[in-house]
Design a protein around this ligand. Structure first.
Ligand SMILES: NC(=O)c1ccc[n+]([C@@H]2O[C@H](COP(=O)([O-])OP(=O)(O)OC[C@H]3O[C@@H](n4cnc5c(N)ncnc54)[C@H](OP(=O)(O)O)[C@@H]3O)[C@@H](O)[C@H]2O)c1
Length: 248
């Protein structure tokens, strides 16, 4: 039976690859992101069973907007893929205050982008979640290795205990909650204007496999974790990084 799958950040990169993979099963996909033109283009490419909601999930109103879309369709949600996120430090530089005020702003923005987007989406959709549903949160190798400023890594690490608590709460209804923690994944908008050749080589050198990950790698993992047969896998943080986290 076709399921309803909500994917935040589904218009680009990893989220779009997951949407493609789920749409191939005939599932109904609901893409979430802030840029309506990006979502419209992605939905058109994915076909008739895809819709979208333009919403900023750092705000509670964004998640409420998504919940209204579900209620209007008289649907329940089978799978929540809370994939929206990124590292504010890699995005187009906005004028930030110097010193402590600047550090505070960076931390606050990364916590909002990576923690609150997931919390708002999951908590906002909880009343619509079907029994035997699936929740996937998106962490990073940075949660294990650091990220330079600390704030991106810390914001991703915060999702690990959140998934564990969601799992404990929702397991009686057959719902699982897991985290995917990718290493370097190429061909997404994560690195903003683009990754430098030196940084790309450094990321690849850290791996045992000596190649970057792809959005399709993560989509295959998400597809399996969201499948009915994955019901005994819950409260887990699953890494996909070519061995890079080991660091040798
Ligand atoms: N690529 C990597 O190497 C890598 C490694 C580890 C973890 N990750 C994680 O994987 C996830 C997907 O990243 P990606 O690599 O596919 O990068 P991406 O292409 O930049 O995807 C991020 C998506 O999130 C959406 N988004 C950002 N802020 C949002 C907000 N406030 N509300 C709603 N949607 C929002 C963006 O769309 P709009 O801009 O239109 O809102 C975009 O579609 C992220 O959580 C990222 O931290 C990526």
């Amino acid at each position: 039976m076709a399921r309803t799958v909500v994917i935040s950040g589904g218009g680009t990169g990893i989220g779009y690859a997951i949407a493609e993979r789920m749409a191939a099963d005939g599932d109904h996909i609901i893409l979430i992101g802030r840029r309506e033109n990006v979502l419209a283009q992605a939905a058109a490419a994915l076909g008739d069973q895809t819709s979208y909601v333009a919403a900023d999930l750092t705000e509670t109103q964004g998640a409420e907007h998504v919940a209204s879309h579900i209620a209007d369709r008289d649907a329940t949600v089978d799978v929540i893929i809370a994939n929206a996120g990124g590292n504010i430090a890699l995005q187009a530089p906005e004028p930030r205050p110097e010193g402590l005020a600047g550090v505070s702003r960076l931390w606050t923005e990364n916590l909002r982008l990576n923690v609150m987007t997931a919390v708002h989406l999951v908590e906002g959709l909880k009343p619509h979640l079907a029994d035997n549903g699936r929740i996937l949160l998106f962490s990073s190798i940075a949660a294990y290795r650091g990220s330079g400023s600390g704030s991106y890594a810390a914001s991703k690490a915060a999702l690990h205990p959140y998934a564990i608590d969601l799992s404990a709460e929702l397991a009686p209804r057959g719902i699982t909650a897991n985290v995917i923690a990718p290493g370097y994944i190429q061909d997404t908008e994560f690195f903003g204007e683009g990754i430098s050749p030196q940084r790309r080589t450094w990321n690849i050198d850290l791996t045992h496999t000596k190649h970057p990950g792809t959005p399709a790698d993560i989509a295959a993992l998400a597809h399996w974790l969201a499948a009915p047969e994955a019901g005994n896998v819950t409260a887990q943080i699953i890494q996909s990084n070519g061995g890079a986290v080991v660091g040798r």
